[in-house]
Write a protein that binds this ligand. Structure first.
Ligand SMILES: [Zn+2]
Length: 253
């Protein structure tokens, strides 16, 4: 069994045919999903999908690439959504200096305000960070909030620093890419007790389907690659990453 900790069944590409993609994922052994919002509308859809299926949960938040026009009312709406019992995290939130859609100041402001929401509601966070690991680390270490480094693409050394302040490292399709040395090093080096698996669909499709539209069932290939890199059985990786996800999302009975 697998826990896909980051899928966008709420995206334009996947939403309409979500029942099909969910069934495909179940056929690949996926038992639980977290559908992650990136703006207000997608956060609402994430909660909607989580109410359609027992085994699907939601994360709500405004991503650094979608925060350019974000108002305090939008953040209040996110906080109201985050109180839904199927919401297990605030996210995806963070910093993205690669796309640079909103100014640094605006990104940091939106990030910090959503960390406060997570703190008030005692929820973990799902972090999107790109070309901004130092600032992200700095803000997270001061916030005291814990959670997930989603689709982690930083160095192995940086991963250890995030783990130290209470973060799990979530790997996606790139770990299966032929030339992706850094995520492979992370998969090899990071203790299985701190790893999670995800797809971040509809993009970043893992090998052997790279180039096609991604869907949540492809998380199977991510877990498979981690097992291969670590020299462990697929079952062991599936079991432990699922345990880790249940732990971080506070779903353990
Ligand atoms: Zn995402």
């Amino acid at each position: 069994m697998l826990f896909n900790t980051h899928t966008h069944l709420n995206s334009e590409q996947l939403f309409e045919n979500r029942d099909l993609y969910i069934q495909n994922a179940i056929d690949r052994g996926v038992k639980y999903f977290t559908v992650v919002g990136y703006d207000l509308e997608s956060s609402r859809l994430a909660v909607q999908i989580a109410h359609e299926y027992d085994f699907i949960y939601a994360a709500v938040g405004i991503s650094p690439n979608d925060c350019k026009e974000t108002t305090d009312e939008d953040l209040e709406a996110i906080e109201a959504l985050a109180k839904d019992p199927k919401v297990v995290a605030v996210g995806e939130i963070g910093l993205d200096y690669y796309w640079d859609e909103a100014s640094k100041e605006k990104q940091i402001d939106c990030f910090k305000k959503q960390l406060e929401i997570a703190k008030r509601l005692s929820l973990p966070v799902t972090i999107h960070a790109r070309d901004a690991y130092e600032d992200t680390f700095d803000i997270l270490s001061k916030s005291g909030v814990k959670g997930i480094m989603h689709c982690y693409s930083g160095s192995y050394e940086m991963a250890l620093r995030f783990i130290k302040i209470g973060y799990y490292i979530s790997l996606a399709g790139p770990v299966t890419f032929k030339n992706a040395k850094v995520p492979k090093r992370v998969a090899e080096g990071v203790d299985l007790n701190y790893l999670l698996v995800e797809t971040d669909d509809p993009y970043l499709t893992p090998a052997p389907y790279r180039g096609k539209q991604n869907e949540p069932g492809n998380v199977y290939f991510v877990a498979q690659k981690i097992a291969e890199l670590k020299g462990l059985s697929y079952e062991e990786v599936a079991k432990q990453t699922t345990e880790n996800a249940l732990e971080v999302f506070q779903l353990k009975k």
